[in-house]
Design a protein around this ligand. Structure first.
Ligand code: ATP
Ligand code: MG
Length: 638
């Protein structure tokens, strides 16, 4: 959907098309600001306030339907007859990949229709041939389906070009539009001028009163290629005395010389958002046209045009608050720069907040929907830090994905007093406490790998993991081990091997309880252990919470160390079964045949949540894992 003229400082591409309609300047002093249209009343107990950050302890995920049952959306539903079937649309402009903010629009439009037993169309708002590309059409549909929604219809604004043209002629005939030849500057001047200090009364364009027949002839001439871009426009004849800039004779059609990806060279004139959206809504029988609050002033022009040409079923526009995520950039132009300058590896780089990136990073679709639902829907814009989003994802994964052990940066531990051929199979449950996800056999042998961070060459009182002479538990293993000596590589200074003994109690003695348990994987090649992996850990791409405000640009806010790769990580054998049994979470309804590798999701005990990356290649045996989120909010940078 195109942005209205006053939308944001970061002018989306499509808004530039409507430059003639741009009314960024402040309104003249004396004039009353236009009253925003009435919003449905929100019941007191509505989910208006964003919920507090979720506590670390597991809690029930938010009811994903709560946002439709109560609050703003429930009130919007009540504005139309209860027996009228709900029809909505999600209207992206196919000029880029969708981002996390769009997931709110998808959840609202598709979810609202689904909840009330209605239908939602996916409508490509493709009225600007200058910005659209085939790849975006495919990616958008793919992401909508990935989020779990099936469009009732897939439509294109361009499918309606003939009907829109007919209505434009009708509008002219009704004395509701005229062809204008003014420049951008002249348009601005008619609307009161751009100089804030020197505002003057608005005045009508000299073309406004030309005869209907003349406008009709000129409009046809525009269509037939008589005019170059900007040499002629069709403008709606609204009410320039109205306080609402959306009534100041908006542009309905403009000349563009670019062929359209669907209609080819058929058209030389293209309708604007303001002309197209309300009419397409009525063509599709949309009942609730839900959009973001930047469009609030457009509600008047939306209704004006539908009434003027008298479309049969009048849709209703209502506006909800945008979802912005801070600590990252969402603008297409900025992400494109990150991609072009190879700061990230493509639009689906897991450090980005495009939906393709979140999918690749392993964030389940259900977690995104439950995040949106947790925030609730109101007219207020919501600014959320990425850490808050991650907390919501963590909460979602906690009870729904299996657990296993993964060592990111391994050191070999040789348990000297176990026989060379020692082989034990421990039973390892996949599920968290109280959740049955089955179990698997975990080999335990004389040689195990532990995390480099879990060993210290010199012990200290505040350190509870492995150090010379100190017993430490290996998760699931009966008795602790105690480090007896270690070897180091002189050139790197890194520990290469630790020797340990098995701290089995003598007969009659009580087993000792270690202060801490660490994760590990065993060397048992005959039993497929360990499984070698490359692990990618993603940290924030930007240093500040608001990269958009950094001078001279957001590029100065980029962190050097946002991607950390562990090339020699080792996973325990359970990974094989977890891959076979994917998708995880099991109950989330993702269809196996439609799932990518990212649906293999698990918790690596003590380490974080991970998924399989698309760079995995089973032919060559290369497995790549992505960290979805760390285990705790404060587990910090690594
Ligand atoms: P952007 O310029 O950030 O891509 P947009 O509004 O131009 O945003 P569209 O593809 O035109 O993006 O938007 C499709 C739909 O998604 C519109 O209804 C729009 O209002 C909605 N939408 C876009 N961004 C957000 C957001 N951050 N929060 C909620 N809804 C959004
Ligand atoms: Mg846009």
């Amino acid at each position: 959907m195109a942005q209205p003229a006053e939308a944001s400082l970061d002018l989306p591409e499509r808004a530039k098309e409507n430059i003639e309609n741009a009314v960024k300047e402040k309104k003249p002093k004396k004039e009353k600001a236009p009253k925003p249209p009435k919003q449905p009343k929100e019941p007191k107990e509505s989910v208006t306030k964003p919920a507090k950050p979720a506590a670390a302890a597991p809690s029930a995920p938010t009811d994903p339907e709560a946002m439709f049952k109560e609050g703003w959306l429930a009130a919007v539903r009540k504005e139309r007859p209860a027996d009228e079937p709900v029809v909505t649309r999600f209207p992206p402009e196919p000029n880029g990949y969708l981002h996390i903010g769009h997931s709110k629009a998808i959840a609202i439009n598709f979810g609202f229709a689904k909840f009330y037993g209605g239908k939602c169309n996916l409508r490509y708002d493709d009225t600007n041939p200058e910005a659209e590309e085939e790849v975006y059409f495919i990616a958008i549909e793919d992401i909508v389906r990935w989020l779990g929604f099936d469009p009732a219809l897939i439509t294109y604004s361009s499918d309606f070009f003939d009907r829109l043209y007919e209505l434009a002629e009708k509008l002219i005939t009704l004395d509701g539009a005229y062809v204008c030849h003014c420049t951008d500057e002249e348009l601005k001047d008619q609307r009161g001028g751009t100089d804030v200090k020197n505002k003057h009364e608005r005045y009508a364009c000299k073309h406004r009163d030309r005869p209907i027949e003349e406008s009709l002839a000129e409009f046809r001439a525009m269509k037939d290629g008589k005019y170059k871009p900007k040499a002629a426009f069709l403008r709606m004849k609204q009410d320039i005395t109205d306080g609402n800039p959306q009534m100041w004779d908006l542009v309905a059609y403009r000349v563009l010389e670019k062929p359209h990806h669907r209609t080819g060279g058929k058209w030389r004139i293209y309708p604007t958002y303001d002309f197209t959206h309300c009419l397409c809504d009525s063509f599709e029988g949309i009942t609730h046209s839900l959009c973001t609050t930047e469009f609030i002033l457009s509600r008047v022009s939306y209704e004006w045009l539908n009434n003027k040409v008298d479309v049969p079923d009048k849709p209703m526009q209502r506006e909800y608050g945008r979802l912005n995520v801070t600590g990252t950039v969402l603008s297409k132009r900025k992400i494109k720069r990150l991609v072009d300058e190879k700061i990230v590896n493509g639009w689906d780089d897991p450090r980005l907040y495009t939906l393709v990136a979140l999918r690749r990073r392993g964030v389940p679709p259900g977690a995104i929907l439950s995040f949106v639902s947790e925030l609730g829907v109101t007219t207020a814009t919501i600014n959320i830090q990425i850490t808050r989003f991650e907390q919501s994802v963590r909460k979602y994964l906690e009870m729904t994905v299996p657990r296993l052990m993964l060592v990111l940066d391994p050191i070999l531990v040789i348990i000297d007093d176990l026989p060379d051929d020692h082989y034990e199979e421990l039973e390892n449950g996949f599920g968290p406490k109280d959740v049955d996800m089955g179990s698997h056999k975990l080999p335990f042998t004389k040689k195990v790998y532990i995390e480099r961070d879990d060993f210290r060459e010199v012990d200290s009182k505040d350190f509870f993991r492995m150090a010379p002479g100190k017993p430490v538990g290996l998760l699931k293993v009966a008795y602790p081990i105690v480090a007896t000596s270690f070897e180091k590589d002189e050139s790197t200074g890194l520990v290469t091997e630790i020797h340990a003994r098995y701290d089995k109690p003598a007969a009659g003695e009580k087993p000792k309880k270690p202060k801490a348990y660490i994760h590990w994987v065993a060397e048992a090649p005959d039993h497929g252990s360990p499984i070698k992996c490359e692990v990618r850990v993603f940290n924030p791409l930007f240093k500040s919470d608001n990269p958009d405000s950094v001078e001279p640009s957001f590029m100065a806010d980029i962190r050097e160390d946002s991607l950390k790769v562990y090339p020699n990580a080792l996973a325990e054998v359970g990974l094989k079964e977890i891959r076979e049994r994917a998708p995880w979470p099991e109950q989330a309804g993702e269809k196996k045949e439609k799932c990518g590798p990212e649906s293999v999701r698990f918790q690596a005990m003590r380490t974080g949540y991970f998924c399989v990356d698309k760079d995995t290649d089973d032919e060559t045996g290369k497995i790549v894992l992505n960290r979805i989120v760390s285990l705790k909010v404060d587990s910090g940078f690594n």
